[in-house]
Design a protein around this ligand. Structure first.
Ligand SMILES: [Zn+2]
Length: 338
């Protein structure tokens, strides 16, 4: 049975942050306002410091609330507590109540993010602001707990039966779940502050929007949050994450039958015009450089120029080692009896 606290729900994702700064997780309205400012809650003026019960306006997809003594005031509204409970995912009780409303909110937010890139960029700035408040020590413990959380999400998912997954209040398709969690892992594996910020942003989005998070993820995967390489031994998410974080534990494997090339099965593209160099007359990858026959650009032909994906190219990540590749080709030759 999976640990319930390692589910991709907003309440658990945000708890990682508060645990690292020894703070209590805020009440649900405050929590939603803090991580998704202006998107879910419209704060009304309250000059007389009155306790006005919060209200959800369906057609606006917005909760209207006043601030009372520093906190957003929910009042006795069952509807508000049920909606916010569904969205944060940590509330017990009747899980079906207001689930439909929460689904509509998720769809609405995903649409906003797809329609306007600034929505996501503002959310990222908001995450950045939160991380700025951490000390170096808190930040490194936060980084570790985000890593653990990602790994546990993958473990927890694998431990569940299809029925358990399908009968969750907001069931997530495997494809969407893997995309979001791998996306977060990929960002984190970049090892810098921006990577951590992006990783956490994807967890927040997955936690709040669940299946709907796949929509903005598909739009943004090649822009500010490059993601979703499929390099691993098996398509299982745990295997993909393991490869991502511990590439040194894998030996290169070559499955092809090209024993002539220095870099078998690598497609070379001109860095200037994008033309496929392999198809150009006389191309030989044993040469140190190749002048593009189309535009004249001099392209270096070396392992340093090989990227597994466009995302890796954008992030300057190389995983190809010429020596390792040679060994892999030799192993393949033996396997084929050549
Ligand atoms: Zn060219």
């Amino acid at each position: 049975m999976a640990n319930k606290h390692n589910e991709l729900r907003l309440g658990y994702v945000t708890q990682l942050y508060y645990d690292c700064c020894d703070q209590a997780v805020p009440k649900q309205l405050d929590l939603l306002a803090e991580w998704f400012p202006d998107l879910l809650i419209k704060e009304e003026e309250n000059p007389d410091n009155r306790k006005t019960e919060a209200e959800y306006i369906d057609t606006e997809y917005m909760i209207h609330a006043v601030r009372y003594n520093g906190s957003l005031y929910a009042g006795g509204s069952k509807r508000i507590s049920q909606i916010t409970g569904r969205l944060t995912g940590t509330a017990k009780g009747n899980q079906e109540k207001e689930r439909k409303t929460a689904v509509l909110i998720q769809k609405h937010l995903a649409r906003l993010m797809v329609d306007d890139m600034d929505v996501l960029l503002d959310l990222r700035d908001n995450v950045t602001g939160h991380l700025d408040r951490l000390t170096e020590e808190q930040l490194s413990s936060f980084d570790e707990s985000v890593f653990d959380f990602i790994m546990e999400l993958a473990e927890g998912r694998a431990a569940k039966s299809a029925y358990e997954i399908d009968s969750e209040p907001f069931p997530m398709d495997d494809e969407a779940f893997d995309m979001i969690v791998y996306n977060a892992g990929y960002q984190l594996s970049l090892g810098d502050r921006l990577g951590l910020i992006n990783a956490y942003l994807w967890l927040l989005l997955g936690g709040l929007l669940r299946n709907e998070a796949a929509r903005p993820a598909r739009i943004f995967d090649s822009s500010f949050a490059p993601a979703y390489r499929q390099v691993s031994e098996t398509p299982d998410l745990r295997s993909k994450l393991h490869f991502l974080f511990f590439p040194e534990q894998y030996e290169s494997v070559y499955y092809g039958d090209d024993f002539e090339s220095r870099f078998p099965d690598i497609i070379w593209k001109c860095d200037s015009c994008g033309d496929e160099l392999n198809r150009q007359e006389g191309f030989d990858d044993h040469l140190p450089v190749w002048q593009c026959r189309k535009c004249g650009y001099l392209n270096e032909i070396s392992a340093d120029q090989i990227y597994d994906s466009d995302e890796d190219y954008g992030n300057g990540i190389h995983t190809t080692d010429e020596k390792e590749l040679k060994k892999a080709v030799e192993r393949r030759k033996k396997e084929l009896g050549k």
